[in-house]
Design a protein. Structure first.
Length: 383
């Protein structure tokens, strides 16, 4: 591992002053993050007095391969002696924090991505082509990242392919999500040091009824085996112009949600959005799993990683306001205590529909119960 500090055009190797580095990301976080602790001892002349500032950049390498080119967003110091901690994100974070207004018509997701990146002065790399024109996409104060994902969500609803943006050096790419890592597998006999596994019915959907814009049912998709075993867990889908309704409804079906996590010897290819082969005899995890969250740590010359895994290749779904269930059924009144809302363990908000903000594996509860759990109202879907 090598860590480079860049201030303007000047670069300095600060690896020897680093006590630890963590490089992490998740499917829902979008931008990747770096956190590092730099030795600080102003009274010791043998320790360099480094003064990294917000806006400077950190470049992390492994075997001369650039893992992240991140801008420092924050720094903190506990005392005069010890270490200064720094946290930074790659340039995808600028697309997450910047907002814009656009009205696209008959435009493909790939062209939309290039247009808004050009407006934000973000360079682009490999932007995968869906070749699916989006008939209409109105973005009113959405983040640039959400605009990209709303466009690619439309493509996903039409062709079933999943997409994911990522930053390579300082260029934005959009790839098809779920590629399997070549020539690598995780095994409790070789590189897994700890693992856990759980499964739940909480997010099951085994029947989706399809309606037209007048409320008339025009079709349905279902998983008959799950209905026989567990009963009906139903959702609805309202047909959208330019979207294959059957494909979109099929994409809403959910089976038993299964979650797993592993601690293992580090491998830089194991990052969120990619698939990995696993054989763990202790938990029974065998097969291909998709990385939902990853955290890689270098400390004392040792590289370790922690991975949260999913059993399905899930995309960060972002629906546009016109197609979200809230705009199709919204009364304009706040939810009462018995209204059904949706929550996840990771989010501090409760939502009116289960795909808001790209939620996956959400739990259905009453508003009253969500408040008891300390959840606040999502400003986006209850506006």
């Amino acid at each position: 591992m090598k860590l480079i500090w860049q201030h303007g055009t000047d670069k300095k190797d600060i690896t020897q002053f680093t006590s630890s580095v963590t490089w992490s990301g998740s499917v829902r976080q979008a931008s990747r993050q770096i956190e590092t602790a730099i030795l600080n001892s102003p009274l010791d002349k043998n320790v360099a007095d480094l003064n990294l500032k917000p806006g400077d950049r950190l470049l992390l390498y492994e075997d001369n391969y650039l893992l992240i080119n991140a801008m420092i967003y924050s720094r903190g110091r506990v005392s005069e002696q010890g270490a200064v901690t720094y946290s930074g994100y790659d340039d995808l974070n600028r697309l997450c924090k910047s907002k814009g207004y656009y009205n696209f018509k008959n435009t493909t997701p790939e062209k939309i991505t290039k247009i808004i990146c050009n407006d934000l002065k973000v360079a682009t790399g490999n932007i995968v082509e869906s070749k699916i024109p989006i008939k209409k996409l109105i973005c009113d104060g959405d983040s640039y990242y959400n605009i990209i994902m709303k466009a690619y969500t439309k493509a996903y609803q039409s062709n079933g392919k999943k997409y994911m943006p990522l930053m390579a050096n300082r260029k934005l790419s959009v790839i098809e999500k779920g590629e399997i890592i070549d020539n690598f597998y995780l095994s409790d006999k070789e590189n897994i040091t700890g693992s856990s596994y759980s499964e739940s019915l909480d997010s099951m959907v085994n029947l989706v009824k399809i309606y037209d814009d007048k409320g008339k049912q025009i079709g349905e998709v279902k998983n008959s085996g799950q209905i026989s075993a567990y009963g009906i867990f139903q959702d609805i889908y309202t047909k959208e112009e330019g979207v294959n309704a059957t494909t979109a409804a099929n994409n809403m079906l959910r089976g038993i949600s299964k979650e797993a996590s592993v601690e293992a010897v580090g491998n830089i290819n194991c990052i969120s959005g990619y698939g990995v082969k696993i054989k763990d005899t202790l938990t029974g995890l065998t097969g291909i799993f998709w990385i939902d969250c990853d955290s890689h740590t270098w400390q004392n010359g040792i590289h370790t990683m922690s991975l949260d895994l999913t059993f399905k290749n899930l995309m960060d779904i972002q629906e546009d306001d016109e197609s979200s269930p809230t705009n199709k059924k919204k009364s304009g009144k706040a939810a009462d205590g018995n209204t059904i809302v949706y929550i996840t363990a990771a989010s501090s908000k409760y939502h009116s529909y289960k795909t808001c903000s790209g939620m996956v594996e959400c739990v259905e509860v009453t508003k009253k119960d969500a408040i008891k759990r300390g959840k606040g109202q999502c400003a986006k879907c209850w506006k």
